[in-house]
Design a protein around this ligand. Structure first.
Ligand code: FNR
Length: 186
């Protein structure tokens, strides 16, 4: 059966370039992978007081169960002030508790960051890697994906029209499927 990949997009805006990127990743992904976007915008800000029976936000429970059903993860994120957008960090935090039931532990992942600027979200990419290391998500080292000038690669309907970028994403996903195969829980 296909490997289920949960895709987390670190932006909530409707016309997000990262969301468009997640759509393009689906188009180029090998057949053996089933990519599904998991929404994170409705997750209440993490608060330990809520993380108790009777107080648990429904959206947390739904998210945790959804992530547990995934075999692997892909993080597609912009950079906010040289780091990970709060909404994505919040999702990582929500999924990490309680530690004995963390949804992340041991499942392989990879990071792509993008920016309309030229640095391609380098700061966010590596801050995200720091947290994923703490969460025991074996994160693909190479190829790295810092997608600069991201506003120029889509048409007005949000389709990826830059063939160089498409070729890169295809190579990225070919490496990713090998990485997942090597690191997935059995
Ligand atoms: C940004 N942006 C940004 N870009 C960047 O390359 N480095 C940065 O540190 C920041 N910081 C930053 C902070 C905040 C609060 C916002 C709202 C934006 C610009 C950002 O890359 C741009 O808005 C992207 O288009 C956001 O990604 P989506 O929403 O298109 O996926």
């Amino acid at each position: 059966s296909r490997i289920k990949v949960g895709v987390l997009v670190g932006s909530l805006r409707k016309d997000s370039f990262c969301r468009k990127l997640s759509k393009a990743l689906k188009e180029v992904a090998p057949q053996s992978l089933e990519l599904e976007n998991v929404e994170i915008g409705e997750l209440a800000l993490y608060n330990e007081d809520l993380d108790e029976p009777g107080n648990l936000p429904e959206a947390w429970t739904v998210f945790r169960e959804k992530m547990k059903s995934c075999d692997a993860f892909l993080f597609v994120s912009p950079e906010y002030n040289r780091s990970v957008p709060g909404v994505l960090k919040n999702a990582l935090d929500v999924g990490s508790r309680p530690p004995s039931k963390s949804v992340w532990g041991g499942k392989p992942g990879a990071v792509l960051t993008a920016s309309p600027g030229s640095i391609g979200g380098f700061g966010a990419n590596h801050h995200l890697r720091q947290t994923l290391s703490c969460l025991n998500v074996p994160t693909m080292q190479a190829p790295e994906a810092y997608l600069g000038n991201i506003a120029t690669v889509f048409d007005e309907n949000g389709n990826l029209t830059n063939e160089r970028t498409r070729g890169f994403l295809q190579k990225f996903m070919e490496s990713y499927v090998i990485w997942v195969d090597k690191n997935k829980l059995t």
